[in-house]
Design a protein around this ligand. Structure first.
Ligand SMILES: [Zn+2]
Length: 472
């Protein structure tokens, strides 16, 4: 009787036991798969780490999607020396059965070799991470990676080879200097405006040059210096002797009429369809402000990859038999119905000859732009090398194509009144990197000699080795 009832009990328990076993197996499998997973944490640096400067930033992201991170470390050491712990962070778990909370950890640390007693030369930056997997008797999956780096905490030294720099407001200058090591970036800083330096003009590759400019709105006390950043990221600077000559820029009034706006607007409507609720004044202001800025950026973009050679020589040519109609830096008030509605600076020279005059290239260069550029109309832009450009605007016809080399005096097009032009004239502009400069300087043989060619020649002559002892 008792036996039978026990058998019954056991029989009734069987499905419960089976269910229990199944649940246990599921949990076990779940546990084995999830909590004993074998993928270690991974690390991705934000940038390749090759150099350590006097104050280097090292950043990246650790991640462990499987079990979550338990600990991350960044270590810096010289080969065979003790480790400096730069970062050591641990993260909590959510309980024994559950994994870590931190799946991803981004960090940024500063490495200062002087504080760590690291000398110049080879060193190691290492990253280490552990996760909350229960593998390895609960110590988790481990990750370790080393970056072989070079410690360089010395700033590049810059010795100026050009002595004096007399620059007009709105004018250009040339600086030449020698560096003591390779750099990733150098140039002339005028206020906060940067003009990149280039190597390759001289037989010594450590000699760099840069054309630079003082824009019309930069004052006489604007600091000018050369800066250089080496491969490790150390930046050095050198002041240069400079004198900025003040210039005055005349102020003109320009009357804007409805008939002028209605005549010039259709050519701008491709990117800005005129709407019935847009007034003539709105349309004009859109062209004179927004389009002017967009067109300037288009010119700058066209010249981004300047030739690393000086393609030009001697004085620039000017449109023959032409009168100056507007000068460089003229400040203009735009008046509409008796009120000042806008003001802009005229950053080129307007030259008027007979209508449809052939336009010669100011100097030898490569065509980097040949086409329509908004307010400038049909435009040709030439790259003369090392960030020097000339442009020819409002043309009625273009006779060169992009990529073509043109010689000084070669015809690039025919004058006209395309774009924002009141009548047939040539808008001639010169740019140094992304600044418009006064073209008059480039038409002046003595300015070119004093400010450019004599400086280059002086450096070249200093590089010619002195004659050695005559062999017997
Ligand atoms: Zn103009």
């Amino acid at each position: 009787m008792r036996n039978r009832s026990r058998k019954k009990e056991i029989r009734s328990l069987k499905p419960i036991l089976a269910l229990g076993l199944a649940v246990f197996l599921c949990v076990a499998i779940f546990f084995l798969v999830l909590r004993l997973e074998g993928s270690p944490p991974v690390f991705a640096p934000d940038a390749p780490m090759e150099w350590v400067s006097a104050e280097a930033t090292f950043s990246g992201t650790f991640s462990d999607p499987g079990s979550g991170l338990s600990r991350v470390q960044v270590l810096v050491f010289a080969p065979g020396q003790k480790e400096n712990v730069i970062l050591d962070e641990t993260f909590p778990a959510r309980g024994f059965l559950r994994s870590g909370q931190e799946r991803e950890k981004a960090f940024s640390v500063t490495i200062k070799p002087a504080d760590l007693g690291l000398s110049q030369g080879a060193a190691v930056v290492a990253v280490r991470a552990e996760d909350y997997s229960l593998r390895r008797w609960g110590s988790g999956n481990h990750f370790y990676r080393e970056f072989q780096v070079i410690v360089d905490t010395r700033s590049p030294s810059i010795s100026m080879l050009t002595r004096a720099h007399y620059v007009n407001q709105g004018g250009a200058g040339l600086a030449i200097w020698r560096l003591n090591e390779p750099v990733k970036k150098d140039g002339v800083l005028v206020g906060d405006h940067f003009y990149p330096g280039y190597s390759g003009r001289f037989s010594d590759p450590d000699i760099h040059l840069a054309f630079f400019s003082v824009t019309p709105d930069q004052g006489r006390d604007t600091p000018i210096r050369v800066t250089a950043t080496d491969l490790a990221g150390n930046t050095g600077a050198s002041g240069l002797y400079s004198h900025i000559r003040a210039k005055s820029f005349p102020l003109d009034d320009i009357q804007i009429t409805d008939s002028f706006i209605e005549r010039i607007m259709p050519q701008f409507e491709t990117g800005h369809p005129s709407r019935p609720d847009t007034t003539n004044l709105d349309q004009f202001l859109y062209v004179n402000r927004d389009r002017r800025q967009a067109d300037y950026l288009e010119l700058v973009g066209a010249g981004r990859d300047t030739a690393r050679t000086m393609l030009w020589e001697g004085v620039f040519e000017r449109l023959p038999r032409a009168s100056n109609r507007a000068g460089f830096g003229d400040r203009r008030n735009y008046l509409y119905k008796g009120e000042i509605v806008d003001n802009q600076s005229h950053l080129g020279v307007d030259l008027a000859s007979t209508a449809r005059s052939p336009v010669p290239a100011g100097n030898t260069g490569i065509v980097v732009l040949a086409g329509t550029v908004g307010i400038y109309g049909e435009t040709v832009m030439l790259d003369h090398g090392y960030g020097l450009y000339s442009s020819y605007s409002h043309l009625s016809q273009i006779s060169v194509t992009k990529g073509q080399t043109v010689k000084k005096g070669e015809i690039v097009g025919v004058s006209g009144s395309t774009g924002l032009a009141g009548g047939d004239h040539l808008h001639f502009a010169v740019m140094v990197h992304d600044s418009f400069v006064d073209p008059k300087e480039w038409w002046d043989p003595s300015w070119i000699k004093n400010n450019i060619t004599s400086k280059i020649r002086a450096v070249e002559e200093s590089l010619i080795p002195a004659p050695g002892p005559v062999p017997e």
